[in-house]
Design a protein around this ligand. Structure first.
Ligand code: MN
Length: 351
């Protein structure tokens, strides 16, 4: 018999899901227009060319669920025993769009819509701000509006912006705003940029199956190795999908990064104040979105510290109530489960 999942602290902890997606119709329309005009990058063509148009049961379900910020979503949360969802505009946000007026408008209206939903379900929904990194100064202002007027708890940036990465100087206003206003920066995947995607599409590996994690972990490593956390020691970075694999590789990164610095081969690689491991344990949080694996979650807890690992479901892309049952039954202590499902997210997002 399958145990019924209940909200309200069934096992002595609330369940907070920290990487849950929604979309707006105009966002999807704008992306599909780019795809139809042949102007979108290969990752966007593959991701939204499929999710936006395929008539399959899975994609129809996902489209319907992404657009809903009401009863359907709350019912799904009830079914999984999820008390709260931290919501963000789905990947790639507006980051594929070339028309800046259009991109800023879609992001701002998505934020307004999310704010309304959070007001309708104040105990169930928590918002993250959508920005338009193509315009860093506007994004910094929108981050302020998100934090001060809309009551949002973080920002989601869908990895690269047209092949550019947040360690580049042009994006400094965004990092500064996050650090100054204590806004957790959730870097969520999207398809690798054309300069990186190589043969991944032909191999069917450019998406959530693999390419997402490769590109997003690369993005995060760029922040770590170029000294972003020495510049902004209070900056909080959140990564999904088992922290995009970084904890598994960290000792090798650290050893070879140090060798690279000593060799003076790379003008951008300078000695850092701390080891890469230190930043992983100080500035980075990991969630298990899309990775309901007790072994991976325990590895994250061991490498990053048990205060830095949070639960996520990745609804509606991976809506599997049995995953919650599996994680409820993990062989970790009760105190660790309380942190994982509830209190780490409460502290990180200030909720
Ligand atoms: Mn996701």
């Amino acid at each position: 018999m399958t145990t019924e999942l209940k909200t309200g602290g069934q096992y002595g902890y609330l369940r907070i899901a920290t990487e849950e997606a929604f979309a707006t119709a105009e966002q999807i329309d704008a992306i599909l227009r780019l795809v139809a005009e042949g102007r979108a990058d290969k990752g966007t063509v593959s991701l939204w060319g499929f999710y936006g148009t395929s008539p399959s049961e899975r994609t129809t379900f996902i489209r319907e669920r992404l657009l809903d910020l009401g009863e359907l979503r709350v019912q799904a949360m009830d079914e999984c025993g999820i008390d709260k969802a931290v919501l963000a505009l789905t990947s790639p946000g507006v980051q594929s769009l070339f028309d800046l007026d259009e991109a800023r408008g879609i992001a701002a209206r998505a934020n307004d819509r999310l704010k309304d939903a959070c007001e309708r379900y104040p105990t169930r929904f928590v918002g993250m701000t959508a920005v338009c990194p193509q315009d860093p100064e506007w994004s910094a202002q929108e981050l302020r509006r998100g934090k001060e007027e809309l009551g949002f708890a973080g920002v989601q940036i869908n990895s690269h912006t047209q092949g550019h990465y947040l360690d580049e100087e042009q994006f400094d206003p965004i990092l500064r705003a996050c650090a100054d206003m204590d806004i957790p920066l959730y870097i969520h995947p999207q398809g690798p940029p054309d300069g990186m995607i190589g043969g991944m599409v032909e191999a069917g590996l450019e998406g959530a199956v693999f390419g997402f994690a490769m590109e997003t972990s690369y993005h995060a490593l760029r922040l770590l190795t170029t000294g972003v956390f020495d510049r902004y020691p209070s900056l909080k970075l959140v990564l999904g999908h088992g922290c995009e694999g970084l904890p598994f590789w960290i000792d090798r990164f650290n050893y070879m990064f140090n060798a690279g610095v000593r060799s003076q081969r790379y003008p951008r690689l300078k000695p850092l104040r701390h080891s890469l491991h230190h930043y992983l344990r100080t500035n980075v949080w990991g969630t298990n979105s899309g990775l309901p694996s007790p072994a991976s979650i325990k590895l994250l807890m061991e490498v990053m510290g048990e205060d830095r690992v949070c639960y996520a479901m990745d609804y509606p892309y991976q809506f599997v109530p049995d995953e919650v049952r599996l994680l409820d039954a993990m062989d970790i202590s009760h105190e660790q489960k309380v942190k994982f499902f509830q209190t780490n997210a409460e502290k990180l997002f200030g909720i």
